[in-house]
Design a protein around this ligand. Structure first.
Ligand SMILES: [Zn+2]
Length: 294
């Protein structure tokens, strides 16, 4: 048994088991090949894989991919996006912010009734490794409540920032962490054609593709408009529509074994210096309890 598998089971840094392979097997009453075949081993292994890894894509030969949209819903851009997806017969997954979902419950309903999946992207978009465990749990729970009854138990950490502790928090709240393996980089300066070409180049069966139908936090006010994203999505669906079927993440997960990686990524302090609200003021995430000014 690989010792890393055991250490991976636990949220906190701990040493590999002190017992050697032989002793460990003896202790649990199983030896050699019998262990590999045992139900116990397979169940344990499946559990350990799930605890350890963040889903970034799915291993499948089926021509299916999942397109995902973060940070919405947004009253300016989400309806246009729904129109584009509907026109192409594509299903997508929206990782929404609880704060925006609470503000626009009609949009949440509309997204769900069009057959798209809705996942949790936190309440107010903090970098999870930078806030307390208590706040992380509040962020996930508050977003779940705002998405109910339409949300599914998928969580995407804001900024893609994650460490072992934040991953375990989401896991213990019953969420599977889903990131991506194709980043459209639609939150930067690229135009629709460039974004689409990039996505087209990198997409393979089982890919999970990252887009944004809103930007809660921005580097530059020029990035706020999602018109380029919508243009890119239209192009991607046009060009890849013949080769792939666009499905929700829950459906994609039924097409094969998820590819999981240990995703450790912390934001640099410089990033938080640069982030701005759309009105140009310095960015500050909204704590899960803050609803007073709505
Ligand atoms: Zn985000």
């Amino acid at each position: 048994m690989d010792p890393f598998l055991l250490t991976g089971m636990f949220p906190f840094r701990c040493k590999p088991p002190l017992l050697g392979r032989g002793k460990l097997l003896k202790l649990i009453g199983l030896q050699g090949n019998r262990l590999n075949e045992s139900f116990f081993f397979r169940a344990f292994h499946a559990f350990a894989r799930r605890v350890r890894g963040t889903v970034t894509s799915v291993s499948t030969q089926d021509p299916v991919v999942a397109i995902t949209f973060d940070d919405g819903p947004d009253p300016t851009f989400t309806p246009g996006l729904l129109e584009i997806l509907g026109r192409h017969g594509a299903r997508a997954t929206f990782f929404m912010l609880g704060e925006s979902a609470r503000k626009y419950p009609g949009l949440v309903r509309e997204v769900a009734s069009a057959g798209h999946a809705i996942g949790n992207h936190s309440w107010g978009h903090p970098s999870f490794p930078a806030v307390s465990r208590k706040e992380r749990r509040r962020q996930i729970r508050a977003c779940d409540q705002a998405l109910a009854p339409h949300g599914v138990r998928l969580f995407r950490p804001p900024f893609g920032h994650q460490n072992r502790e934040t991953f375990i928090d989401a896991f213990l709240l019953g969420h599977q962490v889903v990131l991506w393996n194709v980043d459209s980089e639609d939150w930067l300066d690229h135009n629709g054609q460039l974004i689409a070409e990039r996505v087209e180049r990198e997409t393979t069966p089982g890919s999970i593709i990252l887009f944004h139908d809103a930007l809660g936090v921005v580097l530059d006010v020029r990035h706020v408009s999602r018109e380029r994203s919508l243009d890119a999505v239209d192009r991607v669906l046009d060009r890849l529509g013949g080769r792939f079927r666009f499905v929700t993440v829950p459906e994609l997960l039924r097409h094969g074994r998820p590819r999981r990686i240990e995703w450790n990524f912390l934001g640099s302090p410089d990033l938080f210096e640069m982030l701005r609200n759309p009105d140009g003021t310095p960015w500050r995430y909204r704590a899960a309890g803050e609803e007073a000014d709505r």
